[in-house]
Write a protein that binds this ligand. Structure first.
Ligand SMILES: [Zn+2]
Length: 267
């Protein structure tokens, strides 16, 4: 598998850099954007090869349209990534965005995200993880931990075990496909919420729908023996819905201005 080779290349990752997240938080990064993007691409290709792809063209066009509108509002360095969107025929409500601009949506998400604004809330949040370099940060943190040193050593020596490969893919934020779930930290979650909601408003999606989406998700989880996958990797949903609801009014002027310029019509 070519992505194993890519992961093996991570032995070169020990270059340290201080970065600042979009919300102004200082970050210690030991992995370059180029390396993380390569890993994101390799993981995405593997998921497209192994998971069932949806043939629902209408839904696929809806999510591509939302991604286009959101990406158009990103700082230039992020806009110019090779953004790609894939709809998977998977019933569990889930979405992810991998470093390098690779967005995956499960058809099951449409059951809880009932309009384009709620879909934009999920996708904006996932894009928030990408532009805040959360994967690189998690990789760096695991490198700093002793376990991480073992991981990196194994990749450098190109003798990573399947479990180590799974662990690394999970750190990228795509753990569901390989069966490892690794929730982001509360800090990363609230940062992605904040970035995603601002992005929604700038792109002309109603920022009030972000809180409603998480409420839907909580209801769906109470009503079903198989709760939305997104919930298991996104803890504290109620607290976050409350924070999103509190933040929405301040974003309404931007949202309304964006709608006057060009209101998105994705569904
Ligand atoms: Zn998240």
């Amino acid at each position: 598998m070519s992505w194993r080779l890519v992961l093996a290349g991570m032995g070169l990752l020990l270059l340290t850099a201080c970065a600042t997240s979009p919300t102004g938080r200082k970050q210690l990064l030991m992995v370059s954007d180029a390396d993380v993007n390569r890993m994101g691409l390799a993981t995405f290709q593997q998921m497209k090869a192994s998971d069932k792809l949806s043939t629902d063209r209408q839904k696929a066009e809806t999510v591509s349209c939302i991604v286009r509108h959101l990406v158009a509002q990103l700082p230039t360095q992020w806009q110019t990534l090779d953004w790609e969107t894939q709809l998977f025929a998977i019933d569990s409500a889930n979405a992810f965005a991998l470093p390098g601009g690779k967005v995956g949506i499960n058809t099951g998400l449409f059951k809880v995200a009932t309009n384009q604004d709620q879909l934009a809330a999920v996708i904006g949040h996932e894009i928030g993880h990408v532009i805040a370099r959360h994967s690189a940060e998690r990789l760096s943190q695991s490198v700093l931990a002793e376990a991480g040193m073992g991981l990196v050593g194994a990749y450098a020596g190109r003798n990573a075990s399947p479990d180590q490969v799974k662990q690394l893919v999970a750190l990228l934020g795509a753990g569901t496909q390989v069966g490892v779930l690794l929730p982001y930290s509360r800090l990363h979650e609230s940062e992605a919420d904040r970035i995603g909601q601002e992005l929604m408003a700038k792109a002309g999606f109603d920022p009030r729908e972000a809180a409603r989406l998480w409420e839907n998700m909580i209801q769906a989880s109470a009503a079903s023996p198989n709760p939305p996958r997104l919930l298991s990797t996104h803890p504290d949903s109620r607290v976050r819905a409350q924070a999103l609801s509190t933040a929405a009014p301040a974003l309404l002027p931007e949202y309304e201005a964006a709608r006057r310029r060009a209101a998105p019509r994705c569904s």
